[in-house]
Design a protein around this ligand. Structure first.
Ligand code: SF4
Length: 550
């Protein structure tokens, strides 16, 4: 028997034809016939079987299990069914005619009834009074007595940078966030709140290791093409977090984000091995589907409106900045936690009133601007190092979105070796020569000692023939590099590590990262990490050679 693959349906282009469906591995029937048989009670099916049939027929809908029965939803309209036969019947109805969103109900008749019962002329209620104007930032800020005393004892503060709003004393932890209304609506639309925009403090094992030095906050979205998999992928598998996530599918389809999610590649420079063994499926991230679904909701919110999402991100950063200030620590910030998107280049609008709110509510001296970016808004706190922004990236050293562009914006960038990407070693050598440290995944066991030195060569061949003038003259691009090794698993605070040429003739620094087990990975991921073999040159899949020296 041959296994006909069940392709996820492209619900947007409508290119796919209903595919034959294998039910119970015995017969191959069309998905519509399967649904009819289940609806008439002549066949039994599982929930997964019905979902697969719906996907094969191209129905943009979600089928979810509930406490009692099931719910089939499409574009914000949902109908409940008690049995799977009922679900099959609903899916058949959907295949004939999609459900239209429910029209908004007019409140005019109700208003007229109320008006008549109050004896008003013509039964009309008087118009609601206009809402009182929101208090502007010019209103005097409430300052507690102890804060007043503190201010009297303190020497006068230095003049703020041009455009920056001087920060006020930190507000109470429970004070309202004052998140702008459009950003709040965006988060609500994708079932997020300000506290779930970023991963902070002890919630992440790696960043919690540096908690005595800095308070950390990381933004995690879904990597590579994983958002598309969460919407259109298969439902089951050994690692459910890698497959279709019903709540994510519902949110994406209800908001018309299917096609945009299919186009999105959040890691444009990732290699096959990197995508396959991505750390987003390591540790507690792959336990259940909740962490992946939360990352997916963040990615969807960003996709829906990147400008507004960046405002929400700024508020989340401000919130963590205030926490760090209360702890007496710098805020360590990383936005490319599990993607390689240009968060630092996203333009948005921050009004003077909003900047004043950030200063008064969170003590963050933000610089307002129209079409501004996060590094521009945060330049005061980045300059005084109360905020340390760092990133890992597989982007090339130069060019748009490159490492040098990040460095010019004040971000501490660490290049990341993609050993199995064509030209990955050459790009890494270029980044080292440009002064960036290099993150190096090595398949070492936990606790194994790291090498002291790392050598990387784009090629081991010498140009020219012996006896010719070219012999032995290695072009600058082909020169190998020697790197001093540091342990990257002690903390994630890369901005504390050295970079650039080091004493002893080293061209730079290699950050050794022991490869984390990624659940559901295949053999393809092996080529991404270096073998822990010491003293020998090893050939890299994408070209070039590497050597670890004990
Ligand atoms: S390891 Fe990093 S670059 Fe690779 S797929 Fe995962 S998040 Fe993207």
């Amino acid at each position: 028997m041959t296994h006909a693959p069940l392709h996820p349906f492209n619900g947007v282009t409508g290119e796919s034809q209903p595919l034959p469906l294998e039910i119970m591995s015995t017969t191959t029937i069309s998905p519509a016939t399967h649904l009819e048989s289940v609806a008439h009670g002549s066949k039994r099916s599982t929930l997964k079987g019905l979902r697969d049939a719906a996907a094969a027929m191209g129905l943009d809908c979600c089928v979810e299990r509930q406490a009692k029965g099931y719910r089939v939803s499409q574009r914000g309209v949902w109908v409940e069914a008690h049995t799977l036969a009922g679900v099959a019947e609903l899916l058949l109805q959907l295949s004939i005619k999609p459900w239209a969103p429910a029209p908004a109900r007019s409140l005019a008749p109700l208003s007229a009834d109320m008006g008549r019962s109050l004896g008003l002329d013509g039964g009309r209620l008087p118009a609601a009074p206009a809402p009182a104007p929101a208090p502007g930032p010019e209103l005097p800020r409430f300052v507690t007595r102890s804060q007043q005393q503190q201010q009297q004892q303190q020497p006068p503060a230095a003049a703020p940078a041009p455009g920056a709003v001087a920060p006020g004393p930190l507000a109470r932890k429970v004070a309202p966030s004052h998140l702008p209304a459009d950003a709040a609506r965006l988060l609500e639309r994708f079932e997020l709140n300000l506290g779930s925009v970023m991963t902070t403090g002890l919630a992440n094992t790696k960043i919690s290791k540096g908690r005595a030095i800095a308070h950390s906050a990381i933004f995690h979205g879904l990597p590579a093409k994983q958002l598309s998999a969460a919407i259109y992928g298969p439902t089951a598998g050994n690692v459910p977090a890698r497959g279709r996530l019903e709540t994510v599918r519902r949110l994406a389809l209800d908001n018309g984000l299917g096609a945009a999610a299919q186009r999105l590649d959040a890691c444009p420079w990732a290699s096959d091995g990197c995508r396959d063994g991505c750390l987003v499926f390591s540790g507690r991230n792959a336990m259940g589907t909740a962490p992946a679904a939360c990352k997916a909701r963040r990615s969807l919110a960003r996709l829906w409106c990147p400008q507004t999402f960046t405002v929400a991100l700024l508020w989340a950063i401000a919130r963590e900045y205030a926490k760090a200030q209360r702890m007496g620590l710098p805020l360590s910030l990383r936005l490319k936690g599990t993607d390689d998107l240009p968060h630092h280049l996203q333009r948005f609008h921050l009004s003077a009133a909003e900047a004043a709110t950030l200063a008064h509510r969170y003590g963050l001296p933000a610089i307002p601007g129209h079409g501004t970016t996060l590094p521009e808004v945060l330049q005061v706190v980045m300059a005084d190092q109360s905020l340390r922004w760092y990133e890992y990236s597989k982007a090339p050293a130069s060019g748009h979105q490159g490492l040098e562009q990040m460095r010019a914006l004040g971000i501490d960038a660490t290049a990341s070796l993609a050993a199995d990407r064509l030209g990955g070693a050459r790009a890494a050598c270029e980044a080292v020569r440009a002064g960036f440290r290099l993150a190096l995944p090595v398949a070492m066991t936990k606790g194994a000692p790291i090498p002291t030195e790392f050598r990387l060569a784009p090629t081991l061949g010498l140009p020219g023939l012996p006896g010719t003038s070219d012999f032995g003259r290695v072009p600058a691009d082909d020169r190998p590099v020697r790197l001093l090794c540091v342990d990257g698993d002690l903390t994630d605070l890369r901005w504390m590590d050295p970079q650039g040429p080091q004493v002893g003739g080293f061209d730079g620094v290699a950050v050794i990262l022991r490869t984390k087990a990624s659940r559901g990975r295949s053999k393809a991921s092996d080529a991404f990490s270096l073998a822990p073999t010491m003293g020998q040159w090893q050939a890299l899949k994408g070209g070039g050679f590497a050597q670890l020296i004990p």
